[in-house]
Design a protein around this ligand. Sequence first.
Ligand SMILES: C[S@@+](CC[C@H](N)C(=O)[O-])C[C@H]1O[C@@H](n2cnc3c(N)ncnc32)[C@H](O)[C@@H]1O
Length: 181
Amino acid sequence: MHQRTEELLKRLELKFRSLPIIPLETGNFLHILVSSARPKNILEVGTCIGYSAIWLAEAAGQHGGKVTTIEIDGNNSKIAIENFRNAKLDNITIINGDALREIPKLNEKFDFLFIDAVKKDYINYFRLMENKLAENAIIVADNAVIFKDKMVDYLEYVRKKYRSVLVPIGTGVEMTIKAKR
Ligand SMILES: C[S@@+](CC[C@H](N)C(=O)[O-])C[C@H]1O[C@@H](n2cnc3c(N)ncnc32)[C@H](O)[C@@H]1O
């Protein structure tokens, strides 16, 4: 990772530690996944101030991949745009809007999805995305331990239909591959 990006991520961890951004180990986990699976087109639901998007985009940039990230809150989006500028990453696009309304407008296929917004809506984000995900796309859903009760329907759905495991990293992530079990 570029030293400038590493320093920026450290500054963001300190400055925004009161916000629900992913912990450092989840950032590393996402980076390892993206560096090894080499997805070309990543969608994130729930940008906040852009911390996790920077992890994703830095890894994707190594193989020419890009990230689209959706954030409903205008103030968070503004801060995220500033952080992306400071990261000097040119492979992130932010959409300021409600993912439930914005996902249906996306006319592309994605091969990696990171879900980190309203827990009870994980199932809705996923169902809207399902036919836009390529075969063997990877889906990572955050907070799958601490908020598992709020996403029971999502966890049941992906575990029944696809190959899916709970990874006890950070606050817990559910990792799914869109392939038949
Ligand atoms: C847990 S934070 C995301 C943290 C971010 N992924 C990170 O680790 O840096 C959840 C974010 O989702 C946003 N959000 C909530 N509902 C949303 C929706 N329907 N569409 C898009 N963003 C949403 C919230 O405003 C909040 O900024």
